[in-house]
Design a protein around this ligand. Structure first.
Ligand code: FES
Length: 214
């Protein structure tokens, strides 16, 4: 188990360049903005660079983005350091973000944190094996709290056992189903539907059972 590495301690690559495919994609993104406003593409280009470099952003990647967008390096560093979705130090294969803001905390995020530590060996701010664990603020899925994000995927309606099962599945290389881990659809009531329990008959003028052509 290792604790978070500071940026100063990270071994930085000497250079970075987009692959041919990613360069094409970067140019498509830049073309979305009016002439002279290509610097507005800095965030999606940093995201593209991070995905290319194993989910973290070395300084050379930020410099490459600055060069492409013809903007001062310091302004790219400012963007990358302001937004927490950019990892300035290496992370493991499974980057686990535990939401610990009030709704998730009230619904048991302390138990989720404990389950992740028990299953992976990594506590908050630590890396163990294939898991890096951090805590984050609200991820916008409060209605299905408590939840975690692993790489790009949300896993919701967690408790201790479901979280351990999720981590164990990831360890085995499985791809667990995303979203609610209790099987509820979207954000319907946890106790099941409470309204519109029976489909209302369609009015005769609507053509009965004909399919809607609209
Ligand atoms: S508080 Fe956890 S998703 Fe909003």
């Amino acid at each position: 188990m290792t604790t978070a590495t500071s940026q100063a301690e990270v071994e930085q690559p000497a250079s970075f360049a987009f692959t041919a495919d990613n360069l094409k994609r970067a140019k498509e993104i830049m073309a979305r903005y009016p002439d002279g406003r290509q610097q507005s593409a800095v965030m999606p280009l940093l995201d593209l660079a991070q995905r290319q470099y194993g989910n973290w952003l070395p300084r050379a990647a930020m410099d490459h983005v600055a060069e492409l967008l013809e903007m001062p390096r310091i302004r790219v560093y400012e963007v990358a350091s302001f937004y927490t979705m950019y990892n300035k130090t290496p992370v493991a294969k499974h980057f686990v973000q535990i939401c610990r803001t009030t709704p998730c905390w009230l619904c048991g995020s302390d138990e989720i944190t404990r389950a992740i530590k028990d299953a992976t060996g990594a506590g908050v701010g630590e890396t163990s094996g294939d898991f890096t664990v951090v805590e984050v603020e609200c991820l916008g899925a409060c209605v299905n709290a408590p939840m975690v994000q692993v790489n790009d995927d949300y896993y919701e309606d967690l408790d201790y056992d479901r979280t351990v099962a999720l981590m164990e599945a990831l360890k085995k290389g499985e791809q667990p189903s995303i979203g609610s881990q209790t099987g509820r659809r979207g954000s319907e009531a946890a106790s099941g539907p409470t309204t519109m329990l029976k489909a209302r008959p369609r009015p005769k003028s609507d053509g009965g059972t004909k399919k809607n052509k609209g």
